[in-house]
Ligand binder design. Structure first.
Ligand code: PSU
Ligand code: MN
Length: 283
């Protein structure tokens, strides 16, 4: 089962990032699956990291943030890089791994009609057959446009245990889920069906954050509006946008956004391990 590293290098501050990466691997093992945390080290794609390699990525200052477009650059120039959802899917598929857990995918940014800022994660989901277990798209995005585009691209979107799509830090987004499943075996059967149909795409499984850990939508939206205003004023663009917003939200929410992020990643790792086991057991 695959795990990404951008969340480690660009998504969470040290030492929370390292502790979370270790805990997540432990949760995967405890649920019967084998964790493969993916990154580029010294110009080689690595599928499964040693503890000192996790530490290196969690503490380094200038790790590249690698999406599909950047992967060859990091390899050819023998650099270290952390993989986003898009690049992790690509590497997982190369290694024959079909299930991947993360926090939230990238998507259509608010104001994308002017900036054209749409995460490559969405296009990767359309072209690479890996199931991505997440807590929805990060709510700093335009969630309605993100899910519209996923539909256009032919990506199946499942809400796990909910009739609504989740909004990362909050359990509800107000957007109805196209499909709902309530147990890992049913999700595994769905993934097998997409294979039987020879669909080239992945499957997005969106699981709401556990209720005790959520930040309600109104409170979170206040922080998000403020962070977005601040990012425009600070002139943040391109790859820097998502990490900058996550860091700003951490400050504005007095650390609550990070606690929620950690809780939802762990919850997703558990579900992904269960789905991976169900997929392997052929029931
Ligand atoms: N989810 C998190 N933290 C993160 C990310 C997702 O909880 O840091 C990362 C993922 O690696 C995702 C990336 O692929 O942000 C999206 O970046 P962009 O919007 O630049 O495509
Ligand atoms: Mn972008």
């Amino acid at each position: 089962m695959a795990l990404e590293t951008t969340i480690l290098s660009h998504g969470m501050p040290y030492p929370h990032n390292l502790a979370t990466a270790r805990d997540v691997e432990q949760i995967v093992r405890a649920h019967g699956a084998v964790p493969a945390t993916i990154a580029v080290l010294d110009g080689a794609i690595r599928v499964g990291l040693q503890d000192e390699e996790l530490t290196r990525l969690a503490t380094a200052q200038h790790v590249l943030k690698l999406s599909r477009a950047d992967l060859a650059y990091a390899l050819a120039t023998r650099r270290d890089g952390a993989t986003t959802v898009a690049a992790t899917m690509l590497c997982a598929h190369l290694a024959g791994i079909a299930v991947f857990a993360t926090g939230g995918i990238g998507g259509v940014h608010r104001g994308a009609e002017d900036t054209f800022d749409v995460s490559a994660d969405l296009h990767e989901l359309a072209r690479t057959p890996v199931a991505v277990i997440c807590a929805g798209a990060k709510a700093v995005l335009d969630l309605a446009k993100t899910f519209e585009l996923l539909e256009t691209l032919g990506v199946p979107v499942i809400a796990y245990g909910s009739d609504e799509l989740p909004a990362f830090w909050s359990r509800s987004s107000g957007l109805p889920a196209p499909m709902r499943f309530d147990d890992p075996t049913s999700v595994a059967r769905f993934i097998r069906t997409t294979r039987d149909l020879r669909l080239p795409c992945g499957t997005l499984v969106s699981q709401p954050i556990p209720q005790p850990d959520e930040i309600d939508r109104a409170t979170m939206n206040g922080y998000i509006e403020q962070a977005l205003d601040d990012s425009v004023r600070a002139g943040i663009t391109g790859k820097a946008v998502t990490p900058w917003l996550l860091d700003r939200l951490f400050t504005l929410s007095h650390g609550r956004s990070l606690d929620a992020n950690i809780a939802l990643v762990k919850n997703n790792a558990k579900l992904a391990a269960q789905i991976a086991c169900a997929l392997a057991s052929d029931t």
